[in-house]
Ligand binder design. Structure first.
Ligand code: GDP
Ligand code: MG
Length: 597
């Protein structure tokens, strides 16, 4: 145990986490042949394409310093706000953290909030300034930020280039010298913290754990303390690039267990594994059920594919327990599912995976948060509203509450005014303003979660010319004055286009929404009236004029093949469209409310 070092990497996206991890694997010869792609830790296609690590993984390295062998467990953490609970569990599995900051960029909001998590768990922090090979790097000033933030000495900060490899050897030495070895009792009852799971379609779910106390042995009858379920430890082992089965894993170490579990939801991140024979008296602290934050309807473009969509979602859920779904019907879209996601990135990932891995073509409706409604009849009875069309009739409604977040934004001082204006427009209240350096400010706001679902990110990036980073945490529910804005097409209400909007902005949003829909809905053979209504009151109207020409009329009779090609082209274009009554609506129109500015 005294030769084990467990650590994670805290870094903002693009600051070089994967490149550095890759370099460390090289130096420790964990990767002998360069068999895989450049960035080994990101092993899902989607992750590689987006250049971010979506789910955490762990990898063990052997390292020798002054003749002494060490085992390093690098626990990778997701780098996006949607996954902050998983980050907290990964951090709980470590004694140390490498804090990587891009020396050309400085510290970002996500980095700070993960750093706070690491400090809360008493992790030893090794600050690293990366990308020092770049002429634009500014180790002095960024170093000052780090010193301010964690109160270290300048000589504690390591300078590195993950790209050239410069300074990476010093990082490995610092891991040995500065990060404490794990403590724990090999002979105590088993307590192993699950911080990740991996889906394996042949062998079931692999749970990745860190043993806090005790020893887990192959063949043990184990119990997951929060779900209460029992399994046999069919295989346990350590993880390098591939799995290395072991007979036992002792306290302080990291490993995987395979026990024939078929569904991801049985393996909850944060759960504690113990043994049936000698159970621990308590589970490791900090377990939470992950709750979806954002909901949206997912509908098959082809109504016949409803059951296929259900099967695909079920399969996705097998390896992504944070996805929730239940069947719903929409007057406009027919049968589909109301899905719950951790956040907007998670929602995009699910939609992309449905399309790539399951070949489904789906329509996604406007995402919304989960509201609490209370009626006059029973003012204490909470009604959970995950779909705007379930919003109770205002006549019987007593009050409605919406989820709030604490938003943390770091930007250059030049942009403070613009960021404030945006946040106030988004119903934010400023609760803190701290200068990290003379030029970088950390702003904290209380804001409704719903407001960041609607185009917040993009606008923040635009107004700050990219110099703003953002992170948030839920802080509970607050009462709000919300109304339902409905959209009517030729007087037909389209339920899938309804949204709950704060009263003060509802008319404006209704008007913008009509204008946006007029742009997005293709003209058809007849006039389409697009209206926004609040209750019975029409608050906006746009008219989409009729299309005159018949596109096929251009092809004079004889040219059959050309005509057919044109029809095929139209058909392909139809893929992500939905026929509502006699109006055809493209996918973008369902998300119009997200892009109003
Ligand atoms: P991650 O998102 O934190 O995992 O960042 P990556 O490791 O994917 O790196 C983001 C980008 O920065 C990639 O294009 C890397 O090649 C580049 N990069 C990473 N480290 C360095 C470095 O030390 N110097 C330079 N010049 N580029 C780097
Ligand atoms: Mg990466």
């Amino acid at each position: 145990m005294k030769n084990i070092r467990n650590f994670c990497i805290i870094a903002h996206i693009d600051h070089g986490k994967s490149t550095l991890a890759d370099r460390m694997l090289d130096l420790t010869q964990t990767v002998t042949a360069r068999e895989a792609q450049a960035q080994l830790l990101d092993n899902m296609d989607l992750e590689r394409e987006r250049g971010i690590t979506i789910k955490s993984h762990a990898i063990q390295m052997d390292y020798v310093l002054n003749g002494n062998p060490y085992k390093f467990n690098l626990i990778d953490t997701p780098g996006h706000v949607d996954f902050s609970y998983e980050v907290s569990r990964s951090i709980a599995a470590c004694e140390g953290a490498l804090l990587i900051v891009d020396a050309t960029q400085g510290i970002q909001a996500q980095t700070i909030s993960n750093l706070y998590l690491a400090l809360e768990h008493d992790l030893e922090i090794i600050p690293i300034l990366n990308k020092i090979d770049l002429p634009s790097s500014n180790p002095e000033e960024v170093g000052d930020q780090i010193i301010d933030l964690i109160g270290c000495e300048r000589e504690d900060i390591l300078l590195a280039s993950a790209k050239t490899g410069e300074g990476v050897d010093k990082i490995l030495e610092a891991i040995v010298d500065r990060i404490p070895a794990p403590d724990g009792d090999d002979d105590a009852p088993l307590q192993a913290l699950i911080f990740d799971s991996v889906f394996n379609s042949f062998r079931g779910i692999e749970a990745i754990f860190r043993v806090k106390n005790g020893t887990i042995k192959k063949g043990d009858r184990v119990k997951f303390m929060n779900t209460g379920k029992e399994y046999d430890a069919d295989e346990i082992g350590t993880l390098k690039l591939t799995k290395f089965p072991q007979k036992e894993i002792k306290s302080g170490d990291v490993g995987y267990i395979i026990s024939g579990i078929k569904e991801a939801k049985e393996v909850k991140v944060g759960d504690t594994i113990t043994t049936k024979a000698n159970p621990a008296s308590s589970a490791i602290e900090g377990f939470e059920e992950v709750k979806p934050m954002v909901f949206a309807g997912i509908y098959p473009v082809d109504t016949e594919e409803f059951e296929e969509l259900r099967a695909s979602l079920e399969k996705l859920q097998l390896n992504d327990a944070s996805l929730t779904f239940e069947a719903e019907t929409s007057a406009a879209l027919g049968f589909g599912f109301r899905c719950g996601f951790l956040g907007m990135l998670h929602m995009e990932i699910i939609q992309e995976r449905l399309e790539r891995e399951f070949n489904m073509t789906v329509i996604t409706t406007v995402p919304n948060v989960s509201y609490y409604a209370y009626t006059k009849k029973d003012k204490e009875q909470r009604i959970i509203v995950n779909n705007p069309s379930d919003y109770p009739d205002p006549a019987i409604l007593d009050r409605i509450e919406e989820p709030y977040i604490k938003a943390q934004i770091i930007t250059k001082s030049d942009f403070v005014g613009a960021v404030m204006t945006l946040c106030i427009e988004k119903r934010g209240e400023i609760v803190g303003q701290t200068y990290l350096t003379s030029d970088r400010v950390e702003l904290t706001f209380d804001m409704p979660l719903a407001e960041i679902v609607f185009d917040f990110y993009d606008r923040l990036k635009t107004i700050s010319k990219g110099y703003a980073s953002f992170d948030y945490h839920p802080v509970g529910y607050r009462q709000s004055d919300l109304v339902k804005v409905d959209i009517l097409l030729n007087s037909e209400p389209i339920d899938a286009l309804s949204a709950l909007i704060h009263r003060g902005k509802s008319q404006d949003i209704g008007r913008k929404l009509c204008m946006k829909l007029r742009e997005l809905i293709p003209r058809q053979q007849f006039v389409i009236a697009i209206q926004a209504a609040i209750g019975a009151k029409i608050v906006a109207r746009e008219t989409l004029s009729a299309l005159r020409k018949d596109v096929t009329a251009k092809c004079y009779g004889g040219d059959i093949s050309r005509k057919r090609k044109l029809l095929e082209k139209q058909k392909a274009g139809k893929k992500r469209m939905r026929q509502l009554g006699n109006v055809e609506i493209p996918q973008q129109a369902f998300l119009a409310v997200l892009k109003l500015n």
